[in-house]
Design a protein around this ligand. Sequence first.
Ligand code: NAI
Length: 478
Amino acid sequence: MVKICCIGAGYVGGPTMAVIALKCPSIEVVVVDISVSRITAWNSDQLPIYEPGLEQVVKQCRGNNLFFSTDVEKHVSEADIIFVSVNTPTKTRGLGAGKAADLTYWESAARMIANVSTSNKIVVEKSTVPVKTAEAIEKILSFNSKGINYQILSNPEFLAEGTAIQDLFNPDRVLIGGRETPEGQRAIQALKDVYAHWVPEDRIITTNLWSAELSKLAANAFLAQRISSVNAMSALCEATGADIAQVADAVGKDTRIGPKFLNASVGFGGSCFQKDILNLIYICECNGLTEVASYWKQVIKVNDYQKNRFVNKVVSSMFNTVSGKKIAVLGFAFKKDTGDTRETPAIDVCKGLLGDKARLSIYDPQVTEDQIQRDLSLNKFDWDHPVHLQPMSPNTVKQVSFVWDAYEATKESHGVCILTEWDEFKSLDFQRIFDNMQKPAFVFDGRNIVDVKKLRDIGFIVYSIGKPLDPWLKGMSA
Ligand code: NAI
């Protein structure tokens, strides 16, 4: 029986391995992690991450051919194929701080593999890593090899949170990069055989190692660039009276462009886009490609601009101050159908409003109070380290309250900010919300999900990104 071990039981390691176990009953899959709390949660009824469909998959295989364990060394030493899916945060100190990927966790995983292995291994990069990481890993392994043969493959993950299970069941492509040697090609084939249990062969692409590593960074940069493009256009729509939804629809009808990923919003978030683009920028700079680096930098700058613009719109329309005012925040996750808050635009928007001394009442159907308090008090990039290395009890931000109901959050508030596009926000009773708010009552829709006309008819002053401005907001600086 082929044995797979995955190091890192996070948003990628957990769902990916659960689907491999489900689709390949003849393979034993063990997911290991140094975080005891994460492994305990994977073995319980309360999984550590929320993802539609995940629970059913885990329940079907757990205890049969899918296991979660903290006994990292044992399972690594027994495995034929080792996936490494650990954190690759942005460096906060030293050379490349604020841009380069911090490979501390990757390197320690590689050294541990070298220490405990007694048989040949295929080591698969599942984490997103800088181009040429495989070479570094190869060196660590081969210098400590004790005669063992290691083949390194790059198999970046393209799943999107919120649709991870669907994406894994039916991927657009699976990408496998490896050495162009007979051993390298055999390793590629071994991993191909795993995916071939359910992925059509023409969707499994094989390349050299560096193309696979770079393709992941490039794919995320292209996706984020699309969001920044439509967001940049949304600012121009507000200035001219055009409607971003109509512009995006017209633009997306061109089959060369396509309609997906063209929703204007308060900005992109998630653990990957910013981190991977910063990483790409750093690689460009290291290779002397300053113009290419500054081209990609602009994608992040526009994203920051969009978040700032949103905060400025809120403050300026409420008489240039939100000091002491109650602002309801609906949605904190970086997008719907996930509880993940890493790099969510809600953090920057909330911090911006708190900077102007607002009182916030936050509701998100999948995010806990503890998580929100952490996010609002952690330093930039600290979130991307294993949980046990983060501060135990971060400072409590006192001006923030957390409720489990949208109506409670909005009660007696001066304004409502919609920051995640949860479906339930689309069907809220806005008349009821209006009746219980201070007047004038404002709605700032950061996801373009409300019916602007209907809300204006109720009496709200509405700001919706990229839409013709409410007369109240015209001429206000932001
Ligand atoms: P995560 O933070 O949810 O999970 C990483 C896990 O690795 C943590 O549970 C941590 O405790 C564990 N870990 C760290 N060092 C370890 C070690 N030496 N031994 C055992 N366990 C260790 O991160 P996530 O989101 O799963 O991402 C992992 C990688 O996949 C990152 O490189 C990320 O950029 C990439 N990725 C993430 C996607 C996403 O949507 N979250 C999508 C595609 C790629």
